[in-house]
Write a protein that binds this ligand. Structure first.
Ligand SMILES: NC(=O)c1ccc[n+]([C@@H]2O[C@H](COP(=O)([O-])OP(=O)(O)OC[C@H]3O[C@@H](n4cnc5c(N)ncnc54)[C@H](O)[C@@H]3O)[C@@H](O)[C@H]2O)c1
Length: 306
């Protein structure tokens, strides 16, 4: 099998490539390296196409593949440039969708739990979208486009995966946009008291990147157009993350609480309903918060590696 992974040198993309390589798949990475780390893929045997998904000329040069996994996007949710957000995330998605329709190849793409905003929970795929920022809005537009395909015409399957709050190896280049778990780990490791928005009771569905990558690759087996949540199925408080990291590092640093300066665009609670993930994809996440954090710290975040 031959698969094109856009954004394959980024955080989730590179973990997806790793799982594909473990399964003996021939992988082509399409990435403009605007927000990536070549070290994420340096040890992996795959062909790299250094290009922008917005460049329409590139589509003539893409090798023959059986499926596309589309991870490339602007991922900094705090970016204020809405035009750039929509250009890359929505127009870029449409270019990739076009490729999939023209060549009749399956497309799996990264959507986001951001779509649900501060909606009701556990969050279900069919509930009303309430995007709080242009990032979430750009992902919402991609999902609308996908859902319209179900009614419009017969195409190869398009599978949208609404990832929740992903953490794990390979996210180090993301700076402010890297996971809260990584930021808190860095503070605690340096013996700084971890900084949390008041009073650490916000809850999110943190999902380990290994589960996300496995679910994404498994979606290659699906034969219908569908949108699925990809989360752990559990919402954990920020305070619980601190306790868990303290436990793994054998420390006991108490949080310092401060005002949330971005309250209006902030998701205080995310929690994936993973009924469809289990039923349609037949996928059950392996890592709960404790197991994921332990694996992440012990295997990847030794002082030399982070
Ligand atoms: N990390 C999360 O918690 C999370 C949650 C929900 C959804 N997602 C989605 O998952 C996908 C992967 O996110 P990530 O966390 O790995 O982020 P990332 O920033 O590490 O990866 C994005 C990749 O896309 C590439 N890219 C950006 N613009 C491009 C362009 N115009 N042309 C070609 N390549 C381009 C970057 O260089 C990078 O390699 C994104 O679509 C993101 O929106 C991530």
């Amino acid at each position: 099998m031959r698969v094109l992974v856009t954004g394959g040198s980024g955080f989730i993309g590179s973990n997806v490539v790793r799982v594909l390589k473990e399964q003996g798949v021939k992988v082509f990475i399409l990435d403009d390296f605007s927000h990536a780390n070549f070290k994420n893929i340096f040890d992996l045997d795959c062909e790299v196409i250094w290009a922008d998904i917005l460049d329409e000329n590139i589509y003539k040069k893409i090798p023959k593949v059986d499926a596309v996994i589309h991870e490339a996007a602007v991922t900094d949710t705090t970016l204020k440039d809405d035009r750039k957000m929509l250009r890359v995330n929505y127009d870029g998605f449409k270019n990739i969708l076009n490729l999939s329709v023209k060549k009749n190849i399956k497309l799996i793409y990264a959507s986001s739990a951001g779509i649900y905003g501060n909606g009701s929970y556990p969050m279900k795929e069919n509930q009303k979208a309430e995007p709080l920022n242009s990032y979430a809005y750009s992902k919402y537009l991609c999902d609308v486009e996908t859902l319209s395909l179900i009614k419009k015409r017969k195409t190869a399957p398009v599978i949208g995966l609404r990832y929740f709050n992903v953490y794990g190896p390979g996210e180090y280049h993301k700076g402010i946009a890297s996971s809260m778990i990584y930021h808190l780990y860095l503070q605690i490791r340096k013996n700084h008291r971890p900084r949390l928005f008041k009073y650490g009771k916000q809850k999110r569905d943190f999902v380990y990147v290994r589960d996300v990558a496995e679910a994404t690759v498994k979606a290659l087996n699906l034969d219908k157009t569908v949108i699925l949540n990809v989360g752990s199925g559990e919402a954990c408080s920020f305070n619980k993350i601190v306790t868990t990291i303290n436990g793994v590092l054998n420390k006991n640093l108490k949080p310092v609480y401060f005002d949330n300066f971005c309250q209006e665009v902030y998701q205080n609670y995310t929690h994936a309903d993973i009924t469809l993930l289990k039923k349609v994809l037949r996928f059950k996440p392996f890592y709960n918060l404790e197991r994921g954090i332990k694996d992440y710290i012990e295997k990847y975040l030794s002082p030399q590696k982070s």
